[in-house]
Ligand binder design. Sequence first.
Ligand code: ADP
Ligand code: MG
Length: 548
Amino acid sequence: MALYSVPVLILKEGTQRTVGKDALRANITAARALSELLKTSLGPRGLDKMLVDSFGDITVTNDGATIVKEMEVQHPAAKLMVEVAKAQDAEVGDGTTSAVVFAGALLAKAEELLEQDIHPTVIIDGYIKALNKSLEVLEQIAKRISSDDRSYLSKAVSTAIASKYVGRGTIAEKLTELAIDAALAVAEKKPDGTFDFLVDNVKIEKKKGGNVTDTQLIYGIVLDKEVVHPGMPKRVEKARIALLDAPLEVEKPEISAKINITKPELMKAFLDEEANILKNMVDRISEVGANVVVCQKGIDDVAQHFLAKKGILAVRRVKRSDMEKLERATGGKIVSSVRDLKPEDLGYADLVEERKVGNDKMVFIEGCKNPKAVTILIRGANDMVLDEVERTLKDALNVLRNVMRVPKILPGGGAVEVELALALRDYATKIGGKEQLAIEAFAAALEEIPMILAETAGLDPLDTLMKLRKLHAEGKVAAGIDVINGKVVEDMYEINVVDPLLVKANIVKSGCEAAATILKIDDIISASPLKKEKEKEKEKESFKESEF
Ligand code: ADP
Ligand code: MG
């Protein structure tokens, strides 16, 4: 006995520990708080959140990913939910609100099961069975489309952007068309007939001013730069473009060197020498046949002058990412020393031109060697509008990538969730036991989505759910909620509300994973924050001092 009488401390002083059910309950509460917050943003009638960051910058949006990114979440379990949203965003670029809301609903149902003394591992096992069954059913009910079928592509886009405040009406139609044109331009056909493209290949530029309807698609690259020297041409056809990541400047020595100039002639010789170096650089550029220079670094005044004399159009301090896009678009190669520049390194474009956009000038590079490079130039009255249009377009492009990659769609507006729930309840009875309860809980969690959509549409959630269950039991797989007109419809395809299979599958997957992760935790051990310890030390010191 004596052996045990000495308490053994394995944790540092100040460490907080919460164990077992208390830990679980604390985590569930925190995670649910986050999903409760996002709930009201779901769907086309979802409300916006206004977020103010620590610098006082304001973001107004109902985009789930943006909301959780901007929020500075403290609680570790809530942070896990933020990770879900981020992962969902990174993987499929849409469905973030749904994923968090679904994870929250799964946790709420789990809490009820925990109250009935069902062990977390049983719940997790049941949830995973339900997930696998759901993925199976999703595949079965998904409708196959052709990857480049504009009518379906536009339905999927309009459903995805419906919740943005530029997501409906003529503006939305215009943005949808732009996104589809851009996607079809950059997409590459794979042997199996599907398409794929990198969303990043569609460059997005924003310029304040004008109207959102002035937003345009340019088959080429737009640089937010102006031509560096007034003596240069503003328009070059059949452009041969040098892509430089070296400065057209005489490099200053790294260490501060001192040059003693004793005679005025020497001063002139020194400056002449500098000019000479620059002139040689420009001569080299012109010799290889370039008539446009795009430089990642600076271009010295003297070099600008020489370039202008040769009739070469030049832009400077171009972003690295733009340089890389230009490399791909024009077929050129980024060269890091003018001396190494060769004719085959030059890129080609039919036209390089500086144009006025609003109050600024931008350089347009069109008719590139590789037509798979396009830019969408967003216009709008202020930064908030520009940002929201950008998010909307990114969503649209992501959806397009998803349906082009896996050309299968599902009915939206809660139809899929009700259908899944129906199939799961049937499946649960076959499994039986305590896991049956977990599978049924999973089904009920899925139904949260149509219930929330019903609420945002001004309908009674329970009443609507009952109607939908009845329709689905009668075999109406696509019955869902028309949120805009506030009514239950028998065929979501008919009112053009469809979601990509890839997004829906990812929502159930990531929601379930998040819930399972949180349910597995039975012990929270949190070290006391560093700052507090330092403060404590300070307190001790000041206490010591005051003793004297
Ligand atoms: P998420 O971040 O999860 O993508 P959204 O706010 O984009 O959240 O909402 C997506 C949900 O809204 C999907 O379930 C989709 O089917 C549904 N939805 C979109 N437009 C409509 C509509 N007109 N009627 C009913 N449901 C819609
Ligand atoms: Mg969405």
